[in-house]
Design a protein around this ligand. Structure first.
Ligand code: 5GP
Ligand code: ZN
Length: 135
């Protein structure tokens, strides 16, 4: 298990430098209010805010308020968190007017995915036709 060699991940890729500590984590700073963001939803477990560099007419990030590095850190106990997060995403899709035409929810995970912030987040993308498969 885990010993089979796959293609080496591009760990030297300068674009892959996710924050790993809460003090330096840009999304923890948004949760705490130290950093500004256009926050659309906030409760005790989930925050949703507009992406600073939108890739689609609607581009919202949904994240747990507590620092979780990625999908790989989730466990069985995170069911309620994920249910809330996807419920909020669906509500926002409706309020943004993208529910009918369709949208995408994606969590980049690890260097080959392009994950750039090491605080779990789901992109909610919509408002235009989205290509498949993603690049
Ligand atoms: P990833 O590349 O990790 O999948 O997604 C990170 C996303 O966070 C990117 O789309 C990027 O534009 C966005 N982002 C990075 N820093 C900030 C920030 O300080 N504020 C906001 N609102 N978005 C950010
Ligand atoms: Zn964080």
């Amino acid at each position: 298990m885990g010993s089979r060699a796959g293609p080496a991940a591009p760990r030297a890729d300068p674009a892959y430098n996710p924050a790993v500590t809460e003090s330096s984590c840009p999304f923890c700073r948004i949760v705490s209010g130290e950093a500004a963001a256009t926050v659309l939803h906030r409760d005790e477990v989930v925050i949703a805010f507009r992406d600073i560099a939108p890739r689609a007419p609607t581009h919202i990030l949904l994240a747990p308020c507590r620092h979780v590095s990625s999908v790989l850190e989730l466990g069985d106990g995170d069911g309620p968190l994920l249910a809330r997060l996807f419920g909020v995403a669906a509500d926002l899709a409706r309020s943004e007017g993208i529910a009918e035409n369709g949208f995408r929810i994606v969590a980049n995970t690890g260097p080959w995915s392009g994950q750039s912030v090491g605080h779990l987040h789901f992109h909610l993308l919509g408002g235009r036709s989205l290509g498949w498969p993603p690049g």
